[in-house]
Design a protein around this ligand. Sequence first.
Ligand code: OGA
Ligand code: NI
Length: 359
Amino acid sequence: MHTFKSHPIIYHKHLDLNSMKELPESHAWLSPDHGSPSKASSNPDSVPVINLQDPNSMKLVGHACKTWGVFQITNHGVPANLLQDMESAGRKLFALPIQQKLKAARAPDGVSGYGVARISSFFPKLMWSEGFTIIGSVYEHARKLWPKSYTTFCNLIEEYNEEMNKLAEKLMSLMLGSLGVTMEDVQWANSNGSCPALQFNSYPACPDPERAMGLAAHTDSTLLTILHQNNTSGLQAHRDGPGWVTVPPIPGALVVNVGDLLHILSNGLYPSVLHRAVVNRTQHRLSIAYLYGPPSNVQISPLSKLTDQIHPPLFRPVTWSEYLGTKAKHFNKALSSVRLCAPLNGFVDSNDHNGVRVG
Ligand code: OGA
Ligand code: NI
């Protein structure tokens, strides 16, 4: 395993990808499981698109969670101009000179701020992306990026977080409702103690996309994640059968995926989905992920309504903060490390091989 200390290419960690004319060896992925991004199928088996105004939306959401773990939503109520403003803010942020961005660099043991993907330490090669993570107040970092004009950015982030929180709660009630569980069954659901994260990802155009990786395969350590992607493809979800399937950008739509904590809460009925981002030769790609979870110190365990003698709880209780720690250490083995029973005969847990996004 690579720790940052022993990482052989630590000095290239903050290469300015936006100006590279060739793929440096530090970023050249040759591992067989990289696959060929261009072969990812987008049809006929395509990621469900759900209109949240559809009277059937609860059923559709439940079905998508069971079978895909990822879906897109339209008519979600988030104003289009807010999504556009976030996208422009992201572009402005990543367009800053690298020295300026590094003023807001993530501390070695921290989570907030500018830097490479945090899962980088688990891979021998670096990813063709840069990120900016916001947990709690963005004020300190924003002030370093834009000493004179940080308030616009701070206000925008606050507004976006509010909208996303509303949407995440609505999605939770649809997801759980479809399993016959109400929000009242989940004591912590309306307790306001959640500490979500916001993750800006930038994938510059890449001189050798076939050998590069934007963001390596992982599952999110969340209940659910809501992703806004600009109109450039790159996100892929893994599905038994077809393998890597592109999640095509649809103007105005948002991508929702099931994270590990919902996998636990649903006792495996909603498996967290393995996903990754690939890059391309000509277009800069931007995405903004809202990482939604429970209050960080609440024990999350399979919902009692979903377990009985025939369906025993498959996972032990774990808090979000404990789970993040487990992931930071065990990476792709985190979910199985909180598993209680050995899988039943013939039951294949497709998530046992997962990579895991810490955060
Ligand atoms: C993430 C993620 C995918 C993308 O930030 O966890 O999976 O398309 N992003 O940027
Ligand atoms: Ni992710």
